[in-house]
Design a binder for this molecule. Sequence first.
Ligand SMILES: Cc1cc2nc3c(=O)[nH]c(=O)nc-3n(C[C@H](O)[C@H](O)[C@H](O)COP(=O)(O)OP(=O)(O)OC[C@H]3O[C@@H](n4cnc5c(N)ncnc54)[C@H](O)[C@@H]3O)c2cc1C
Length: 394
Amino acid sequence: MRTQVVIVGAGPAGLMLGRLLQQAGIDAVIVERRSGDHVLSRIRAGVLEHGTAEVLRDLGLGARMEREGFVHDGVNLAFLGRRLHVDFADLVGRPVIIYGQTEVQHDLYDAMDDRDVPVVDEALDVTPHDVETTAPYVTYTRDGEERRVDCEWIAGCDGYHGVSRSVIPTDVLRTHERVYPFGWLGILSETPPVDDELIYANSERGFALCSMRHKMLSRYYVQCPLDTDTDDWPDDRFWEELRARLPDDVAAELVTGPSIEKSITPLRSFVAEPLRHGRLLLAGDAAHIVPPTGAKGLNLAVSDVVYLADALADHLSGGSTTGVDQYSESALLRVWKAVRFSWWMTTMMHRFPNASDDFDRKLQEAELTYLESSEHARRAFAENYTGLPFNPPS
Ligand SMILES: Cc1cc2nc3c(=O)[nH]c(=O)nc-3n(C[C@H](O)[C@H](O)[C@H](O)COP(=O)(O)OP(=O)(O)OC[C@H]3O[C@@H](n4cnc5c(N)ncnc54)[C@H](O)[C@@H]3O)c2cc1C
C-alpha cells in the first residue's frame, strides 16, 4: 500500500489529523493497535477549550457537541471553606465546553467512515522505518500477515506508550519530566452533578474535583497516594472522602450512587523534543503529557495536529518545507505554556505529602487569595484555562 501520510494511533490526535489532512486533499492511512470498540470505550478528558470546539465546528463535527455538550462560562475554586467563581464570560469572553473525549472519538470515527480515511485497527507490531530518508514506511501485522505502507511522512500520534517516540535516536531526543507524588482516584456515577460547573477543591485532606459528562453522569476525583488500590475504595468510602474535602454547602448537595467506573490516574508532566526527526513527526501524548488538573491533554493533542496538518498540507501540495521545518518549535511554544499552567494549577491545588513544614500551604493560600482579590490574576487564569490561541504560534 502507498499513501502520503501514515498516522500511527487512532486517539484524538491521530483521528483529528486524518480528518484535517483529508480536508486539505492529502491521503492518509491510520494504523491503530487496539480494536475500534476499545478505543471508543476509553473514559478520559471532558473539557474542550474554546479553540478545540472551534476546530471541531470548522471540520463539520460540531453538531452533536452543540446539542449534547454543555457550555461552561466559568469554574469554581474551593479553598479555606469558601468558593471562588472564575467567570470566563466576564473575564475573557469565551467559554469551555463539557463534552467527553469518548464522544469526540465517536464523532471523529464516524467522520472517518463517511470520508473514506482508512483506519486499520488491531494492527500489531507497528514499526516506522527509514524515517531519516525521504522514503519512509510503516510495517505492521494484521490477521497474522505482515503488511507494509510506503509514504512520505509518518505522524506519531500513538500516545505516551506508543512506538513512534522510541524511533528517535537517544542522542537526538531530549526529555523533560516532573513526576508528582500522588495520583487521582476517579469515579463515574449516573448521578446529577453537584453543581452546574466544575469545582476544584484544595482541602487539608487533599485535592478533589467535581466534574461531569452530562446531566445524569458525574465524574469525581480525589487525590490519592500513588500506590492506591481501587479495591480498597468501595463507593461509600469514596463518597465520604469526597464530602470531607468539599465546602459544607457543596457537600450537603452531593447526590451519591453506585460507581460505574473507578480508576487511578498518576500525575506527570513530560515533554519530548524535538517533535520532528527526519520524516517522523510527533503529536499529542506521544510527545508530551500534562497532569489533568488544567484539562489540557486532549486540547494540546488538537492544537499540535492543527499546526501539523497546516505544515504537511503546505509541503505535500506546494513543496515548501518551511511549515514542517518550524513545526516542532511552533507547537512546543504553545505546549510549554500549557505545561506551565497545568504544573502551576497542580501545585496550587494539591497537598504535597513530603512537604516538611507549612511553607507550601501558605504559598498555596497566597496564590488562591491573590486570585480572589485580583481581577488581573483571574483574567490570566481564565485566559489559560479556556485556551491560548492556536495562531499565531507565539
Ligand atoms: C485515564 C486518563 C484520564 C485522563 N483525563 C484527562 C482529563 O480529565 N483532561 C485532559 O485534558 N486530559 C486527560 N487525559 C489526557 C488525554 O486523554 C490525552 O491527552 C489524549 O488522549 C491525548 O490524545 P492522543 O491522541 O495524543 O493520545 P491517546 O489518546 O493516548 O491515543 C493514542 C492512540 O495510539 C494507539 N497506540 C499506542 N501505541 C500504539 C502502537 N504501537 N501502534 C499503533 N497504535 C498505538 C493507542 O491505542 C491510542 O488509540 C487523561 C488520560 C488518561 C490516560
